[in-house]
Design a protein around this ligand. Structure first.
Ligand SMILES: *[C@@H]1O[C@H](CO)[C@@H](O)[C@H](O)[C@H]1NC(C)=O
Ligand SMILES: *[C@@H]1O[C@H](CO)[C@@H](O)[C@H](O)[C@H]1NC(C)=O
Ligand SMILES: *[C@@H]1O[C@H](CO)[C@@H](O)[C@H](O)[C@H]1NC(C)=O
Length: 321
Protein backbone atom coordinates (compact mmCIF):
# COMPACT_ATOMS: atom_id res chain seq x y z
CA UNK A 1 0.00 0.00 0.00
CA UNK A 2 2.98 2.31 -0.25
CA UNK A 3 1.25 4.22 -3.04
CA UNK A 4 -1.53 5.12 -0.64
CA UNK A 5 0.82 6.20 2.12
CA UNK A 6 -0.91 3.86 4.53
CA UNK A 7 1.93 1.77 5.81
CA UNK A 8 1.39 -1.93 5.61
CA UNK A 9 2.37 -2.87 9.04
CA UNK A 10 5.50 -3.55 9.97
CA UNK A 11 3.04 -1.42 11.92
CA UNK A 12 2.03 1.86 13.29
CA UNK A 13 3.57 2.89 16.44
CA UNK A 14 1.50 4.99 18.78
CA UNK A 15 2.30 5.82 22.32
CA UNK A 16 -0.61 7.01 24.29
CA UNK A 17 -0.05 8.82 27.44
CA UNK A 18 -2.83 9.10 29.90
CA UNK A 19 -2.09 12.07 32.03
CA UNK A 20 -3.84 13.46 34.97
CA UNK A 21 -4.14 17.13 35.10
CA UNK A 22 -4.31 19.00 38.25
CA UNK A 23 -7.42 17.45 39.73
CA UNK A 24 -7.03 15.28 42.78
CA UNK A 25 -7.89 11.66 42.16
CA UNK A 26 -11.12 10.46 43.70
CA UNK A 27 -11.46 7.21 45.59
CA UNK A 28 -13.86 4.55 44.40
CA UNK A 29 -13.98 1.01 45.73
CA UNK A 30 -10.67 1.58 47.46
CA UNK A 31 -8.94 2.21 44.17
CA UNK A 32 -8.07 5.80 43.32
CA UNK A 33 -9.38 6.92 39.95
CA UNK A 34 -8.05 9.72 37.79
CA UNK A 35 -10.80 11.17 35.63
CA UNK A 36 -8.48 13.47 33.67
CA UNK A 37 -6.19 10.99 31.94
CA UNK A 38 -3.56 11.84 29.34
CA UNK A 39 -2.33 9.05 27.08
CA UNK A 40 1.04 9.43 25.40
CA UNK A 41 1.41 8.54 21.73
CA UNK A 42 4.92 8.03 20.35
CA UNK A 43 5.36 9.77 17.03
CA UNK A 44 6.61 7.93 13.94
CA UNK A 45 9.48 9.05 11.77
CA UNK A 46 8.27 10.28 8.37
CA UNK A 47 9.75 8.09 5.62
CA UNK A 48 7.16 8.50 2.86
CA UNK A 49 8.36 11.11 0.34
CA UNK A 50 4.90 12.68 0.00
CA UNK A 51 4.80 13.37 3.75
CA UNK A 52 8.28 14.87 4.04
CA UNK A 53 7.31 18.48 3.28
CA UNK A 54 5.12 18.53 6.41
CA UNK A 55 7.45 17.44 9.19
CA UNK A 56 9.97 14.97 10.53
CA UNK A 57 7.61 12.89 12.64
CA UNK A 58 3.87 12.26 12.55
CA UNK A 59 0.85 10.66 14.19
CA UNK A 60 -2.19 9.79 12.06
CA UNK A 61 -5.16 11.67 13.53
CA UNK A 62 -7.21 8.43 13.64
CA UNK A 63 -5.20 7.23 16.67
CA UNK A 64 -5.64 10.55 18.41
CA UNK A 65 -9.41 10.53 17.83
CA UNK A 66 -9.53 6.92 19.01
CA UNK A 67 -7.97 7.82 22.36
CA UNK A 68 -9.98 11.04 22.67
CA UNK A 69 -13.19 9.12 21.97
CA UNK A 70 -12.51 7.01 25.07
CA UNK A 71 -12.44 10.13 27.24
CA UNK A 72 -8.73 10.86 27.40
CA UNK A 73 -6.47 13.58 26.16
CA UNK A 74 -3.35 12.84 24.11
CA UNK A 75 0.25 13.91 24.52
CA UNK A 76 2.40 13.42 21.41
CA UNK A 77 5.87 12.19 22.36
CA UNK A 78 8.84 13.09 20.15
CA UNK A 79 11.58 10.60 19.33
CA UNK A 80 14.42 13.06 19.89
CA UNK A 81 14.39 13.58 23.66
CA UNK A 82 16.88 12.43 26.28
CA UNK A 83 16.29 9.46 28.58
CA UNK A 84 15.85 11.89 31.48
CA UNK A 85 13.15 13.71 29.52
CA UNK A 86 11.30 10.46 28.80
CA UNK A 87 11.53 9.52 32.49
CA UNK A 88 10.02 12.88 33.31
CA UNK A 89 7.18 12.43 30.78
CA UNK A 90 6.47 8.98 32.17
CA UNK A 91 5.66 10.51 35.57
CA UNK A 92 2.99 12.68 33.95
CA UNK A 93 1.16 10.44 31.50
CA UNK A 94 -1.32 7.70 32.37
CA UNK A 95 -0.68 5.20 29.61
CA UNK A 96 1.08 4.74 26.32
CA UNK A 97 -0.19 3.91 22.83
CA UNK A 98 2.29 2.37 20.40
CA UNK A 99 0.90 2.92 16.91
CA UNK A 100 1.48 1.17 13.62
CA UNK A 101 4.17 2.05 11.12
CA UNK A 102 7.07 0.46 9.37
CA UNK A 103 10.35 0.78 11.24
CA UNK A 104 13.00 -1.56 12.58
CA UNK A 105 11.77 -3.01 15.85
CA UNK A 106 15.18 -3.01 17.51
CA UNK A 107 17.33 -0.28 16.02
CA UNK A 108 14.86 2.52 15.15
CA UNK A 109 14.44 5.56 17.37
CA UNK A 110 10.83 4.51 17.78
CA UNK A 111 11.86 1.10 19.14
CA UNK A 112 14.49 2.63 21.43
CA UNK A 113 12.08 5.15 22.94
CA UNK A 114 9.37 2.50 23.30
CA UNK A 115 11.84 0.33 25.20
CA UNK A 116 12.52 3.13 27.69
CA UNK A 117 8.80 3.50 28.40
CA UNK A 118 8.29 -0.28 28.47
CA UNK A 119 10.97 -0.71 31.14
CA UNK A 120 9.58 2.21 33.17
CA UNK A 121 6.10 0.68 32.94
CA UNK A 122 7.31 -2.75 34.06
CA UNK A 123 8.98 -1.24 37.12
CA UNK A 124 6.04 1.03 37.90
CA UNK A 125 3.52 -1.82 37.77
CA UNK A 126 5.87 -3.98 39.88
CA UNK A 127 5.76 -1.39 42.65
CA UNK A 128 1.97 -1.16 42.44
CA UNK A 129 1.81 1.95 40.25
CA UNK A 130 -0.65 1.08 37.48
CA UNK A 131 0.49 2.02 33.97
CA UNK A 132 -1.12 0.52 30.83
CA UNK A 133 0.41 0.12 27.36
CA UNK A 134 -1.49 -0.66 24.17
CA UNK A 135 0.24 -1.71 20.96
CA UNK A 136 -1.61 -1.64 17.64
CA UNK A 137 -0.17 -3.51 14.63
CA UNK A 138 3.54 -2.67 14.65
CA UNK A 139 3.00 -1.50 18.23
CA UNK A 140 1.90 -5.02 19.15
CA UNK A 141 4.81 -6.51 17.21
CA UNK A 142 7.15 -4.24 19.15
CA UNK A 143 5.65 -5.39 22.47
CA UNK A 144 6.44 -9.00 21.54
CA UNK A 145 10.04 -8.01 20.72
CA UNK A 146 10.36 -6.19 24.06
CA UNK A 147 8.95 -9.13 26.03
CA UNK A 148 10.89 -11.82 24.16
CA UNK A 149 14.12 -9.79 24.02
CA UNK A 150 14.43 -10.75 20.36
CA UNK A 151 12.61 -10.28 17.09
CA UNK A 152 10.62 -13.45 16.43
CA UNK A 153 8.33 -12.04 13.75
CA UNK A 154 7.67 -13.95 10.55
CA UNK A 155 5.82 -13.33 7.31
CA UNK A 156 2.15 -13.41 8.28
CA UNK A 157 0.93 -11.09 5.54
CA UNK A 158 -2.68 -9.99 5.84
CA UNK A 159 -2.76 -6.90 3.66
CA UNK A 160 -5.89 -4.84 3.26
CA UNK A 161 -8.28 -7.48 4.51
CA UNK A 162 -10.97 -7.36 7.20
CA UNK A 163 -11.54 -10.57 9.16
CA UNK A 164 -13.49 -11.95 12.11
CA UNK A 165 -11.31 -13.05 15.06
CA UNK A 166 -10.79 -16.70 15.86
CA UNK A 167 -11.31 -16.17 19.60
CA UNK A 168 -9.55 -18.47 22.07
CA UNK A 169 -11.16 -19.81 25.25
CA UNK A 170 -9.10 -17.20 27.16
CA UNK A 171 -10.93 -14.40 25.32
CA UNK A 172 -14.10 -14.99 27.33
CA UNK A 173 -12.28 -14.41 30.63
CA UNK A 174 -10.07 -11.56 29.33
CA UNK A 175 -10.04 -8.01 30.62
CA UNK A 176 -9.97 -6.51 27.13
CA UNK A 177 -13.23 -8.12 26.02
CA UNK A 178 -14.96 -8.26 29.43
CA UNK A 179 -17.22 -5.30 28.67
CA UNK A 180 -18.38 -6.54 25.26
CA UNK A 181 -21.94 -7.85 25.05
CA UNK A 182 -22.61 -11.46 24.01
CA UNK A 183 -23.97 -10.10 20.74
CA UNK A 184 -20.79 -8.13 20.02
CA UNK A 185 -18.55 -11.08 20.95
CA UNK A 186 -20.52 -13.27 18.60
CA UNK A 187 -20.23 -10.66 15.85
CA UNK A 188 -16.49 -10.35 16.51
CA UNK A 189 -16.05 -14.06 15.85
CA UNK A 190 -18.29 -14.13 12.74
CA UNK A 191 -18.19 -10.76 10.99
CA UNK A 192 -15.16 -9.05 9.42
CA UNK A 193 -14.80 -6.37 12.13
CA UNK A 194 -10.99 -6.22 12.26
CA UNK A 195 -8.96 -4.47 9.55
CA UNK A 196 -5.54 -6.02 8.82
CA UNK A 197 -2.67 -4.18 7.14
CA UNK A 198 0.46 -6.08 8.04
CA UNK A 199 3.25 -8.16 6.56
CA UNK A 200 4.76 -9.51 9.74
CA UNK A 201 3.43 -11.08 12.89
CA UNK A 202 3.95 -13.74 15.50
CA UNK A 203 2.93 -17.25 14.54
CA UNK A 204 1.08 -19.33 17.10
CA UNK A 205 3.86 -21.92 16.88
CA UNK A 206 6.60 -19.38 17.68
CA UNK A 207 4.56 -18.03 20.56
CA UNK A 208 3.99 -21.47 22.04
CA UNK A 209 7.68 -22.33 21.72
CA UNK A 210 8.84 -19.16 23.49
CA UNK A 211 8.67 -19.36 27.25
CA UNK A 212 9.01 -15.60 27.85
CA UNK A 213 6.06 -14.80 25.59
CA UNK A 214 3.96 -17.70 26.86
CA UNK A 215 4.47 -16.70 30.48
CA UNK A 216 3.84 -13.01 29.84
CA UNK A 217 0.82 -12.97 27.52
CA UNK A 218 -2.55 -14.65 27.12
CA UNK A 219 -3.58 -15.14 23.49
CA UNK A 220 -7.11 -13.86 22.95
CA UNK A 221 -7.39 -14.52 19.22
CA UNK A 222 -5.65 -15.95 16.17
CA UNK A 223 -6.09 -15.51 12.42
CA UNK A 224 -4.86 -17.12 9.24
CA UNK A 225 -2.51 -15.06 7.04
CA UNK A 226 -2.66 -14.90 3.26
CA UNK A 227 0.25 -17.41 3.13
CA UNK A 228 -1.64 -19.82 5.41
CA UNK A 229 0.34 -19.04 8.58
CA UNK A 230 -1.65 -19.08 11.82
CA UNK A 231 -0.77 -15.82 13.59
CA UNK A 232 -1.65 -14.21 16.90
CA UNK A 233 -4.07 -11.34 16.41
CA UNK A 234 -4.86 -10.24 19.98
CA UNK A 235 -2.75 -10.42 23.16
CA UNK A 236 -3.19 -9.35 26.76
CA UNK A 237 -0.61 -9.37 29.57
CA UNK A 238 -1.34 -11.94 32.26
CA UNK A 239 0.11 -9.79 35.04
CA UNK A 240 0.76 -6.43 33.38
CA UNK A 241 -1.88 -4.13 31.83
CA UNK A 242 -0.24 -4.43 28.40
CA UNK A 243 -2.39 -5.11 25.33
CA UNK A 244 -1.68 -5.88 21.71
CA UNK A 245 -3.81 -6.07 18.58
CA UNK A 246 -2.33 -7.00 15.21
CA UNK A 247 -5.38 -5.32 13.61
CA UNK A 248 -6.48 -1.67 13.62
CA UNK A 249 -9.45 -0.79 15.84
CA UNK A 250 -9.04 2.97 15.11
CA UNK A 251 -9.80 2.63 11.38
CA UNK A 252 -13.35 1.40 12.03
CA UNK A 253 -14.44 4.91 12.98
CA UNK A 254 -11.76 7.27 11.72
CA UNK A 255 -10.45 6.17 8.32
CA UNK A 256 -12.42 6.09 5.09
CA UNK A 257 -10.15 5.51 2.08
CA UNK A 258 -12.29 3.60 -0.44
CA UNK A 259 -9.35 1.47 -1.60
CA UNK A 260 -8.79 0.13 1.90
CA UNK A 261 -11.00 -2.44 3.62
CA UNK A 262 -11.90 -0.53 6.74
CA UNK A 263 -14.87 -2.07 8.60
CA UNK A 264 -17.60 0.53 9.17
CA UNK A 265 -20.63 -1.54 10.21
CA UNK A 266 -22.45 -0.81 13.46
CA UNK A 267 -20.70 -3.75 15.15
CA UNK A 268 -17.32 -2.55 13.83
CA UNK A 269 -17.96 0.92 15.22
CA UNK A 270 -19.13 -0.48 18.56
CA UNK A 271 -16.02 -2.66 18.83
CA UNK A 272 -13.71 0.29 18.17
CA UNK A 273 -15.57 2.50 20.65
CA UNK A 274 -15.61 -0.06 23.43
CA UNK A 275 -11.93 -0.93 23.12
CA UNK A 276 -11.02 2.77 23.23
CA UNK A 277 -13.16 3.14 26.34
CA UNK A 278 -11.57 0.06 27.87
CA UNK A 279 -8.02 1.34 27.38
CA UNK A 280 -8.82 4.82 28.65
CA UNK A 281 -10.46 3.28 31.71
CA UNK A 282 -7.16 1.47 32.32
CA UNK A 283 -5.48 4.88 32.06
CA UNK A 284 -7.80 6.28 34.74
CA UNK A 285 -6.15 3.87 37.15
CA UNK A 286 -2.84 5.69 36.71
CA UNK A 287 -2.38 8.60 39.09
CA UNK A 288 0.55 10.20 37.29
CA UNK A 289 0.05 13.89 36.73
CA UNK A 290 1.68 17.00 35.37
CA UNK A 291 3.32 19.42 37.78
CA UNK A 292 0.82 22.16 36.97
CA UNK A 293 -2.04 22.95 34.55
CA UNK A 294 0.20 25.14 32.37
CA UNK A 295 2.73 22.37 31.84
CA UNK A 296 -0.11 19.98 31.05
CA UNK A 297 -1.80 22.34 28.58
CA UNK A 298 1.41 22.96 26.67
CA UNK A 299 2.06 19.20 26.38
CA UNK A 300 -1.24 18.20 24.81
CA UNK A 301 -2.02 17.48 21.16
CA UNK A 302 -4.48 20.40 21.20
CA UNK A 303 -1.49 22.65 20.51
CA UNK A 304 -1.23 21.14 17.02
CA UNK A 305 -3.44 21.21 13.94
CA UNK A 306 -3.78 18.11 11.78
CA UNK A 307 -3.17 18.36 8.04
CA UNK A 308 -5.74 17.15 5.49
CA UNK A 309 -4.05 14.10 3.99
CA UNK A 310 -6.72 12.03 2.23
CA UNK A 311 -5.55 13.23 -1.19
CA UNK A 312 -1.97 11.98 -0.75
CA UNK A 313 -2.09 9.20 1.88
CA UNK A 314 -4.51 6.53 3.12
CA UNK A 315 -5.23 8.68 6.18
CA UNK A 316 -7.83 11.43 6.42
CA UNK A 317 -5.74 13.72 8.60
CA UNK A 318 -2.23 13.58 10.05
CA UNK A 319 -0.51 15.48 12.85
CA UNK A 320 3.06 16.44 11.92
CA UNK A 321 5.78 17.47 14.33
C1 LIG B 1 -8.60 -21.13 15.47
O1 LIG B 1 -7.71 -21.19 16.59
C2 LIG B 1 -7.39 -22.50 17.03
C3 LIG B 1 -6.50 -22.34 18.25
O2 LIG B 1 -7.11 -21.48 19.17
C4 LIG B 1 -6.68 -23.26 15.93
O3 LIG B 1 -6.43 -24.57 16.36
C5 LIG B 1 -7.56 -23.26 14.67
O4 LIG B 1 -6.84 -23.85 13.61
C6 LIG B 1 -7.94 -21.84 14.30
N1 LIG B 1 -8.88 -21.88 13.17
C7 LIG B 1 -8.92 -20.95 12.25
C8 LIG B 1 -9.91 -21.13 11.16
O5 LIG B 1 -8.20 -19.97 12.27
C1 LIG C 1 5.08 -13.17 2.45
O1 LIG C 1 4.51 -14.31 1.85
C2 LIG C 1 3.70 -14.01 0.73
C3 LIG C 1 2.99 -15.29 0.30
O2 LIG C 1 3.85 -16.39 0.33
C4 LIG C 1 4.57 -13.39 -0.37
O3 LIG C 1 3.77 -13.07 -1.49
C5 LIG C 1 5.18 -12.11 0.21
O4 LIG C 1 6.07 -11.55 -0.73
C6 LIG C 1 5.93 -12.39 1.50
N1 LIG C 1 6.25 -11.10 2.10
C7 LIG C 1 7.38 -10.86 2.71
C8 LIG C 1 7.50 -9.52 3.31
O5 LIG C 1 8.30 -11.69 2.80
C1 LIG D 1 -4.32 17.99 -1.09
O1 LIG D 1 -5.37 18.90 -0.81
C2 LIG D 1 -4.93 20.11 -0.23
C3 LIG D 1 -6.12 20.90 0.24
O2 LIG D 1 -7.19 20.79 -0.65
C4 LIG D 1 -4.06 20.85 -1.24
O3 LIG D 1 -3.61 22.09 -0.71
C5 LIG D 1 -2.88 19.98 -1.59
O4 LIG D 1 -2.11 20.59 -2.63
C6 LIG D 1 -3.33 18.60 -2.08
N1 LIG D 1 -2.15 17.76 -2.16
C7 LIG D 1 -1.96 16.95 -3.18
C8 LIG D 1 -0.67 16.16 -3.14
O5 LIG D 1 -2.73 16.82 -4.10
Amino acid sequence: MSNTGFPACVCLFVVCCFGCSGAMPTKTNQEAINDRPVIGILTQLVSDEVMKPFGRTYIPASYVKYIESGGSRVMPIRLTLSTAEYENIFKKINGLLLIGGAVDLQTSEFAKVAKIFYNLALKANDRGEFFPIWGTCMGMQLLTVLVAGENLLANTTAENIAMPLNLTTEASSSRMFAGLSDELMKALSREPLTGNFHHYGLTVKTFQENEKLRTFFSVLSTNVAQNGALFISTLEGKKYPFYGVQWHPEVNRFQWDRKLNFPHSLHAVQLSAQLAEFFVQEGRRSLHQFDNPEEEASSLIYNYTPVYAANFTGYEQIYFF
